[in-house]
Design a protein around this ligand. Structure first.
Ligand code: AMP
Length: 437
């Protein structure tokens, strides 16, 4: 996980460093990413999701229209640039608009529906860096286009839930809400605005602004004073039209059938403009049942595709935050799996021996035996010290004489015994020896 200073927002002006809020994924953290991607891929493929990798840069207009101009992401957080050709492009702040574009552009509308896809990769948001909030982070994303049935969003929730479980993350709760559709949300918004206007003077400055452009967002403001006001606000769930009400009822019934733990959160509205009906988050809980951060967020977005074409394509999806999942795995000592350690070390004296060793490494690679070396060292004792540190079982030594005779010394690192073999026999010999271990 990011450990460098740039994650904490500190940045020395005289040094070249990674951009604030962005970090190197160091070798020791790679197994976590591989494990999450591997588990995600295995489980979502099983449920019929196919992998798609959209470009990291997309036209700025895609996100302005798709994510929504009144959202925090579009207003404040996009990394946008003008190309030399004069195009306005943006580093994706989320996957969903890219996938809606790909669905239309690639003619997926003529495939059997729903079209279910998964993706992995970096996303970019110019947020204030803090623990668990980065400017470049990674998401594991699922989307399903072309079905309005509640079973499809339940399947997405189920797949995410199963991925987290398979990673060993056990204490999870699904928070859910329905924010209705264009019909019911319009009437509800009027009611909400009427209520909030009465309390406007107590709202934070952001919410005063939201009241004019996106009043629903006030429902999930993190400021204590706004939270207090929201407690008394009308709840959308009581104002859903019949279709939205029945849809949400079905979602809850399916979750019950699957035995998934969920709780209704009337303040969950999610930050993006395109959501309709079901919105959800999957949250990790600690031993005492206290809610830790959100690991996955998503929902239904039946009106998004319509923003880019005349076609009405109901859809739903969600995204898991890879760094947040890694943080929980680390906190709970969930090991992503051992990285294999070399059991053989190749030591050599002189250039002829070094080049022979390099050739030999390829034979070991093909035989599936991991071999370490330190080509940069000349002295044999320094190389063997290195072998000791790595705790290998055997060292192979090619001195100048061995190189000229095409021989290799095999040194047993436990008892110090040495034997000589022909170079072309060494891989087979080592295979035998390692099998006996
Ligand atoms: P969103 O795309 O905002 O719905 O977020 C989906 C998931 O991505 C969240 O549940 C978090 O796990 C993760 N996430 C969102 N924003 C950030 C961020 N700035 N840094 C790290 N993870 C994030």
């Amino acid at each position: 996980m990011p450990a460098s200073d740039n994650m904490t927002g500190k940045q020395a002006s005289n040094k070249i460093q990674a951009p604030q809020g962005m970090f190197d994924i160091l070798p020791e953290d790679q197994p976590f990413y591989k494990k999450i991607y591997g588990t995600g891929e295995k489980i979502s493929s099983f449920y019929g999701f196919k992998e798609i990798t959209p470009p990291i840069l997309e036209s700025t207009e895609l996100f302005e229209k798709g994510t929504g101009e009144t959202t925090e992401i579009v207003e404040k957080q996009m990394y946008s640039l003008k190309t030399k050709g004069g195009d306005s492009l943006t580093m994706r702040p989320e996957f969903t608009p890219s996938l809606a574009r790909a669905y239309l552009e690639q003619g997926m509308i003529s495939l059997p529906q729903p079209v279910k896809m998964f993706s992995f990769g970096p996303v970019f948001r110019h947020e204030k860096p803090q623990a668990g909030r980065y400017r470049q982070f990674h998401q594991f994303n699922l989307e399903a286009f072309g079905s309005k049935r509640p079973i499809v969003e339940v399947e997405i929730i189920y797949v995410f839930y199963n991925i987290l479980q398979a990673l060993g993350i056990k204490k999870l709760i699904i928070e859910l809400n329905s924010i209705g559709d264009k019909e019911c949300i319009g009437d509800y918004k009027k009611l909400l605005v009427r209520y909030l206007k009465k309390n406007e003077s107590h709202l934070c400055s952001d919410c005063k602004r939201r009241l004019k452009i996106n009043p629903l967002r006030i429902m999930d403001c993190k400021q204590e004073r706004c939270k207090q006001i929201v407690l008394g606000a009308p709840q959308i769930i009581d104002h859903l039209c019949k279709e939205c009400h029945n849809h949400f009822k079905k979602v809850l019934e399916f979750l019950d059938e699957l035995g998934l733990p969920y709780s209704l959160n009337p303040c969950l509205v999610r930050g993006l403009d395109y959501y309709t009906r079901t919105v959800f988050e999957i949250i990790a809980e600690d031993e005492l049942g206290r809610r830790l951060g959100s690991l996955v967020g998503g929902g239904r977005y039946d009106d998004l595709v319509k923003l880019f074409s005349r076609k009405s394509v109901p859809a739903c999806g969600g995204a898991g935050g890879v760094e947040r999942i890694i943080a929980i795995m680390k906190e709970r000592n969930l090991n992503p799996g051992e990285t294999p350690e070399p059991r053989v070390f190749l030591a050599q004296l002189g250039d002829a021996a070094k080049i022979k060793s390099l050739k030999l490494m390829e034979d070991f690679r093909k035989a599936g035996i991991l071999v370490a070396e330190s080509f940069d060292r000349d002295s044999l004792s320094a190389q063997l010290k290195n072998a000791d540190k790595l705790k290998v079982l055997y060292s192979l030594i090619i001195g100048e004489e061995e190189a000229s005779r095409d021989m290799i010394i095999i040194r047993d690192m436990i008892n110090g015994r040495q034997t000589s073999v022909k170079t072309d026999k060494v891989v087979g010999e080592l295979k035998k020896k390692l099998k006996q271990q």
